[in-house]
Each structure stands twice: as structure tokens, then as C-alpha cells.
Design a protein around this ligand. Sequence first.
Ligand code: HH2
Length: 260
Amino acid sequence: MGVLNATPDSFSDGGRHLDPAVAAAVAESMVAAGAAILDLGGESTRPGARPVSAREERRRVLPVLAAVRRAVRVPLSIDTMKAEVAAAALDAGADIVNDVSAGRFDRAMLPLCGRAGVPVVLMHMRGRPATMQRRPAYRNVVADVAAFLGRRAAAARRAGVAADAIVLDPGIGFGKTLSHNLALLAHLDVLAGLGYPVLVGVSRKGFIGTLCGGAGPDGRVFGTAAAVALAVARGARLLRVHDVAAMRDAVAVAAAVTGA
Ligand code: HH2
């Protein structure tokens, strides 16, 4: 899953794909490099990010989505916590909803996904982006995240989402310390054991910079590849990444070794 953010402030690619024509060209190159899905978002969820209105999010993401829809045939996912934005994106040709609040922030979100019959990614986050990195604490991070995701999957089922339309995500970096992120990656098999496909988003995230001598987002590609390969080995089925060509190779090798 290639990441295309139509935001001025995303931590890694902020401001790069606001122009629909540029976004369409990047989308084409991501698909040529092996992306099977593209994820488009109009609101940054980096730690401390300020929320934006539904109107502003739609203004940012819909022109980009329309241009990307014309440019590529792969399924498009809309990264949003707002049902209004998700509904407009589905009308404009999106195929999947990626909600980092797992349907908690907008009660209309899961019923919308159920009615539309589209797959939904349910991600774990502690609190909200603005405050999630303030002293994150868990009793047992793997057990707590697994219990949360199990509850959210049940809520999605009650709202009419089909079992085979649910994807779970541990939410790497969303209200987690370095050791929380590492524990979740090391024990991803516990989450995969819930019976739904698992998506992992480690791409260029802060914990990789911490482990790689303080590297900035552009210097985290090899560290991302290591995390992606290990996530595949522990059962991840979808990898949300910025560097599609590099991660296609990491996934190919990791999947071959895992399957051998
Ligand atoms: N991470 C980010 C955004 N959306 N969605 C899922 N399902 N899983 C993730 O790990 C995830 C996500 C954050 O990364 P990015 O989009 O690059 O940055 P920003 O939130 O600053 O736009």
C-alpha cells in the first residue's frame, strides 16, 4: 500500500502531493513500482497534529483522489476519521476506508462502511493525535492492543461490515513508546491470530529514526525495510509504505523465506 498524503504537514511527504497532477504522476510511478493499493489522506495524524475540518479535508483530498482515480486502476483507500469525508471519497471512486480511530471518533463511520460494502482498516490509537504521545502506558501493550482490535472488529460486524472486509492494524507510533512499538512488531503473530488480515505502517516512522542514530524521515528507508521484512515474517499481510520499490523487494524476499 503506497502512501500519498494530500496534506501540507505530514511528517514525511507533507506538501509534496497537494497538486492533483503531481499526485497522479506519483501514483502511476508507485503502481509501476509494485503498489497494489494506494492510501490517500487529507489530514495529518502525526503526533501533535492539529485536527482539520471535514470541509478542509475534502477540499484537499477530493481533487487529488479524482486525478489519481483517472490515472491508476488499483484500489484506492481513503485515510480519514470522518464519515463525511469517507462518503465523499467513496463517491469519487475510493474503494477502501482506512480509519486510524477504528470508528471511534465518528459514530457514522462503521455504519457507512457496512452500507457501502467496502473494506475498512481498523487501527489502534491511544487517545487522539494531539495528545497520544503524552506518557503512553499499557498494562501489557500486545494484550491491550489485541483486546482493543477484537472489540473494534466486533463493533464493525455489528454495524454491518462483513467479516472478510475487516483489516486490523496495531497503529505503530500512535500513542506508543519505542518499546511498545517493538513489542507489537515482535508479537504481531498475536494480532494475526485474531483471524483478520493485519496491516502495518512502520514506514519512516520516528522509532526507526531513534534506532538508526537519529536519522530524519528520508534516512529511514533501510530501517523501514528491516521492520517491513520482520512484519511479513510475523504475519502482516499489508504494508503501508512511502518507498514502494524498495519495500516491494523487502516484502518479496521476506515472503519467500517465510513461505519456504
Ligand atoms: N500511519 C499514518 C497515517 N495513517 N494508517 C494506518 N492504517 N496505519 C498507520 O500506521 C498509519 C495510517 C502516519 O503516517 P503518514 O501518513 O506518513 O503521516 P501523517 O499522519 O503525518 O500524514
